[in-house]
Write a protein that binds this ligand. Structure first.
Ligand code: ATP
Ligand code: MG
Length: 203
């Protein structure tokens, strides 16, 4: 490439970047609302809860108050809980050990309701910056927690509080209310090729 060609390319690149910068600057200037954000992380791929916990760590890292309600007790110990509780993040975990295997509708509903009461109190507390409602979507799908009650509590939370709901098959009304919705698509998963869930990676 000759010197003049190289200069031309440089100039073209600079012009393109300048345009991108102007567009981004305009969007940044337009985003002037200061308020908490409601995010839904759904879909069949891996990475929903870990993403939610990542934001909890981000929030706690800034010295802000994050809390976690887990609506399905994992079959294994939750690595994030071991770490985050030490960092001052309270957890509410469903007591009776609701997992995919349990079939007792009455005790499952009771367990879901108990954790939901704690979550609801957090959703009214303006000293809390972030509420992670991990696997809440299933409680709504199974009718263990009333959808309208969830929508009302999230919609009427303190102005600066953010909320994250994770779980597959998020109800349309939840995604409609949300400011940010991410759908994690399953391209492939180690489990499908027979690789066992791994401590420190899957839980
Ligand atoms: P993670 O907690 O790893 O972010 P997730 O929250 O997106 O996963 P869940 O649907 O809550 O996924 O499933 C919890 C467990 O199931 C995790 O151990 C995860 O590795 C595993 N898992 C997630 N997606 C898949 C999948 N597509 N196939 C098989 N197992 C999966
Ligand atoms: Mg999950």
């Amino acid at each position: 490439m000759s010197d003049s060609e190289s200069n031309k390319n440089q100039q073209k690149h600079r012009q393109r970047q300048q345009k991108v910068k102007e567009q981004v600057d305009a969007k940044v200037a337009a985003a002037d609302k200061v308020q908490g954000i409601f995010q839904v992380i759904t879909g069949n791929g891996k990475g929903k809860s870990t993403s939610g916990f990542g934001t909890v760590a981000r929030c706690a890292g800034h010295g802000k108050q994050a809390v976690v309600a887990q609506f399905i007790k994992g079959m294994w110990e939750c690595g994030e809980r071991n770490l985050l509780e030490k960092a001052g993040v309270p957890f509410a975990v469903m007591k009776t050990g609701f997992t995919w295997e349990t079939q007792n509708r009455e005790t499952d509903t009771q367990a879901a309701q108990q954790t939901w009461q704690q979550a609801k109190a957090w959703l009214q507390d303006d000293s809390i910056d972030l509420v992670l409602l991990d696997e809440l979507t299933y409680m709504v799908s199974y009718d263990y927690i009333d959808l309208e009650e969830v929508l009302h509590a999230i919609a009427h939370r303190p102005k600066m509080q953010s909320v994250i709901v994770t779980g597959r098959g998020a109800h349309r009304k939840l995604t409609e209310l949300a400011d940010t919705v991410s759908e994690v698509r399953n391209v492939k998963h180690a489990f499908e090729s027979g690789i066992k869930a791994l401590e420190g990676f899957d839980f």
